[in-house]
Design a protein around this ligand. Structure first.
Ligand code: FNR
Length: 368
């Protein structure tokens, strides 16, 4: 067994003191009310996982136009703030820390999910060749409309507003979702951005909206409480770029200069290989960022130890393992088995597969 103590060495991440390096990745669970108000059960769910070095919340839309799936939570109304506050209180009562992931899906949406049946917004009017989940099950994403300059400025303001409301809801910081083929990734990568104004064309233009959103969020939070998530290897939501290393190298350097709490890199998508050239690319890009890095994607306790020991990562986020094993850090510490994951309850439903996964019993064997 690799030296697990590496996972439990405290770390300073911007303004946040992490008691361990085992973080909870953002995980959409589709259990919010239809108006985006988180459910009461979410208090229990997040509270159960407060042993994480940091919890990063499920992706949360900053505006009704930023919604792309059924029953995802929002952060754009007083009701949202009140419900999220109960969740942050539950996590803090258990000694945890929680950031809110600020999200806009862009073109990964469907008219039935958007106000007045409007078309999704995107950098360019290019329909995503993928599906989203609506009240009727999986449906093809709707054709989007290309955003006007005014709509881009409104969206930046919505991120600023979401950041302000996250502060009012008692979060410890925010993570800007710039990964997985959603709106910001759609601007960054040239497959989805064919604009010819100051938000399209050369990479400096394609990453401009990210820079402006970081600065807008930084009017609400000190930069040492802002993180950002990126996914250079693509694979999700029909995203792609003709020069991944050039594009993401420029993005990493721009973000380095912002002096944020962290860069969160989604390195591997479930079902995709992370060996060979893909892994080498992730490692080369790592050299373009100077600051605290959270790595994620397919890690185990032992590979996380290796990533931290080699300096590749400062902390590692776990997704699916945290869904099924609420006391994941403690299990890693004593090398106990993890609970089995039930993928059928990942997205949507109630308490089953959400708040009913067992904790380890005192004697270190699984509670039944
Ligand atoms: C995810 N992922 C994800 N990523 C993100 O940035 N915001 C989100 O809301 C979600 N939601 C989500 C839901 C579910 C059910 C899964 C399985 C995944 C991706 C997730 O954070 C993580 O990157 C992947 O799960 C890979 O990490 P693991 O599971 O290999 O540790």
């Amino acid at each position: 067994m690799a030296d697990r103590a590496k996972l439990f060495a405290p770390a300073t991440m911007g303004a946040i003191e992490l008691p361990n390096r085992v973080l909870m990745a953002p995980l959409t669970r589709n259990r919010a009310q239809s108006d985006g108000t988180p459910s009461d059960l979410a208090q229990t769910y997040y509270g159960q996982r407060a042993g994480a070095g940091l919890i990063i919340s499920e992706a949360t839309q900053v505006d009704a136009m930023g919604k792309g799936y059924l029953d995802t939570p929002g952060i754009h109304s007083d009701a949202h703030v009140a419900a999220w506050h109960l969740i942050t209180d539950a996590v803090h009562a258990k000694g945890g820390r929680i950031f809110l992931q600020l999200w806009h899906v862009g073109r990964i949406s469907h008219v039935s999910l958007l106000p007045d049946g409007r078309s999704p917004l995107a950098p360019s009017a290019i329909q995503a060749d993928t599906q989203t989940f609506t009240a009727n099950g999986f449906e093809n994403c709707s054709p989007p409309e290309a955003m006007s300059l005014d709509q881009i400025h409104e969206t930046i303001e919505q991120f600023r507003n979401g950041a302000e409301l996250a502060r009012k809801a008692g979060f410890d910081g925010v993570e800007i979702h710039s990964a997985n083929g959603y709106l910001l990734d759609q601007f960054i990568q040239d497959k989805t951005n064919q604009r010819d104004d100051e938000y399209g064309g050369p990479v400096e233009n394609r990453i401009r909206i990210v820079s402006e959103i970081v600065d807008a969020v930084a009017t609400q939070w000190s930069r040492d409480r802002i993180g950002i998530r990126v996914s250079p290897l693509g694979h999700a939501n029909d995203i792609g770029d003709s020069d991944v290393e050039g594009t993401f190298g420029a993005l990493y350097e721009m973000l380095s200069d912002k002096r944020l709490a962290y860069l969160h890199v989604m390195e591997q998508f479930p079902g995709h290989d992370n060996e060979g050239e893909a892994a080498a690319l992730v490692r080369r890009l790592r050299g373009r960022y100077d600051g605290f890095v959270i790595s994620n994607g397919g890690y185990t306790a032992d590979t996380a130890v290796d990533a931290i020991a080699s300096g590749h990562a400062d902390a590692v986020a776990f997704g699916r393992d945290f869904i099924a094993t609420p006391d994941l850090p403690e299990r890693f510490r004593v090398d106990a088995d993890l609970n089995e994951q039930d993928q059928d309850t990942f997205y949507g439903g109630g308490a089953e597969g959400y708040t009913d996964y067992p904790f380890m019993a005192e004697d270190k064997t699984l509670a039944s």
